[in-house]
Structure formats: C-alpha cells, structure tokens
Design a protein around this ligand. Sequence first.
Ligand code: SF4
Length: 72
Amino acid sequence: MRGEREGSASALRLAENPEIICRVCQFYKPGKEVLECGAFRILKFFVESGRLSVEEIEEATKIIEKTTSEEV
Ligand code: SF4
C-alpha cells in the first residue's frame, strides 16, 4: 500500500487532470466541465487512499485505447 502523502498528491493531479480517467470514456467531451460519475469517484477514492496510482491509471488507459483501436 502506498503512503497517504503520495495518495493526496496523486489525488490533486487527478483533480486537475480528470482526462487521465475520462479520456477513455465515451461520454467525455474535452474542454467541457467534468461531473464525477460513480466510476470516476471510485477510482479517485482508490487514488486518495494510496491504493492506486495515477501512473497505473495511465497505463490502463493506454491499454484500453490500444485495445479499442484494434477492435474498430
Ligand atoms: S466523469 Fe465518468 S462519465 Fe464523466 S467523462 Fe469521466 S468517466 Fe465519463
């Protein structure tokens, strides 16, 4: 488990850059205000509590984007 300090720094980064999560969402519109859906809140909770890092989310989104582009 990661430290709380690291979790709060990552949570701040996530709050300032919601596209880290939302970029793989079909409902995401760049430049528009992002309201937090349940999935976003759950991921944010894990980041805030230090159980998940922003880097792990970014790694997952790269895989999702690659997988999605191969499906088309
Ligand atoms: S907050 Fe949730 S529904 Fe909204 S764009 Fe982000 S992931 Fe999609």
